[in-house]
Design a protein around this ligand. Sequence first.
Ligand SMILES: [Fe+2]
Length: 411
Amino acid sequence: MIKKLSIAILLFISFAFYKIEYSEKKKSLKLEREPYLQTVFADSATISWKTNIISKVSLKYGESKLEMKSVDGKVVDKHVNILNEVVLKGLKPNTKYFYEIYNNDSLMAGGDSYYFISSVKAKSKEKFSFYAMGDIGQPKAKGGFPDITANQINKLETRPDFGIGLGDIVYPIGESKKYDAYFYEPMAPILRNIPFYPALGNHDWYSDPDENFKREWKLPNNEHYYTFSYGNSFFIALDSREGGFYKFRKQKAWLEKTLKENQGKYDWIFVYLHHNGKTCSYKKDYKHVMKLYDVFAENNIDFVLNGHAHTYERLRPYDKNGNILTKYSDDEKYPEIENGFISITAGAGGKLKTPWTPDPSNQKNCKDGDIVSKFYHKGHFTTFEIVGKKLVFKGIDSETGEVFDTFTMEK
Ligand SMILES: [Fe+2]
C-alpha cells in the first residue's frame, strides 16, 4: 500500500513538474528578429518582426510616445519563420511615428530608435535622400562587414528616408534560415527606422526565391520586379537573375509599359538591379543587361544602379549603344543627360573582392576606351540627396565614412 502510494506521489510530482516546465516553455516568448520596416508609403506602413512562438500580435504607434494607439497584427508565415506583421493605414504623409511592438500584450521592443517616417506626398518636391548598396549579407567569419556599413549609415548626418538593395542580400545561397544571422542582425539598427527595398541577386537565386527571398520581404508587384515612388522620383527594381533576366520577355514588356505610363510624371527615374552591363571591374560585361540599354536611354532613366562586382565603379554617361557621351566632360557636375544614363556599381555593402587590386590603367582604358569616371576598392555604400531637380550623389567608405566620390546633377 505504502509502495503504491509512493509511486502515485512520485507520478503526481513528475506530472506537476512537467506541467510547470511545459507552461514555462510556452511562456518563454522570445524576439528572434528585431522589428524592421517593410514598405513605408505616404499613408501606410508595414512593420514585421520574428518570434519563437505564435502569439497574439499587436503594435502601438503615435506621433508622440505618450499618446499611442494600438493595432492588432497577424502571423504571416509559419514555414521557417514566425513572422509577426502589422499593417498601418490612414497615416499622414511625411510624419514621424514612434512604435512599440507587443506579443501576448508584452512589450518586445520600443524606444527612441523605433520609429518610421511616412513618405512625402506623391510628386512632392520636398527634399529627401536614400542609400543604395549591394552584396550585403556575408558573415563576419568569412570576411563580411554588413554591420560596419550599417553602422556608418546609422551615423549619417542626414538620415536616409529609405534604402535600396542591389541584389545578393544574403550569401551564400539566399536561404531564409540565414537571414537573421547574416542580414537582419547586422542591419537591425537601420532597418528598424529606415525601410529597405531589395532586388534579387544571383546568390539570392541559388535558393528558390518564392520559398526564401519572398518570405522575408513584402515588396510591391510580384517582388521579382516592381516599382515604387518617393516624392518626385520613381524607382524600378529588376530581377536580372543569372545568365538572363527572370521571365525576360514578360519583364521587359512590363518595364516598357511601366515607363510609358509614368513618362513625364517624375523628375528622376532610377533603375536598380544586380548585374552590371559594361564594366571595367573583374566581372564580364553582361549582355543581358546591355540588351536593355536602349530602353534605359530612350525613356529618361537617369541612373542604373547595380551590385555583383564587389567593388565600386562609376561610369561616364552612355548612350543606348553603350558609347560614352563625350559632351558631358565635367564628371563632377552634370546637367540632365539626354538620351543616356549613368551606370554605377556599388557592390561592396558587406563583401569586398579580395585579393584583388583594381588596375588603374585597365580601369581607365578597358575595352571600349575611357569609360570610368571613378573607381574605389573598399567597403562602401552610396547616397542620393534630391531637392526638386537637383541631385547630390556620394560614395561613402563603410569604415571611415570618407566621401570618396561625389557629383551633382541639375536639370
Ligand atoms: Fe552577384
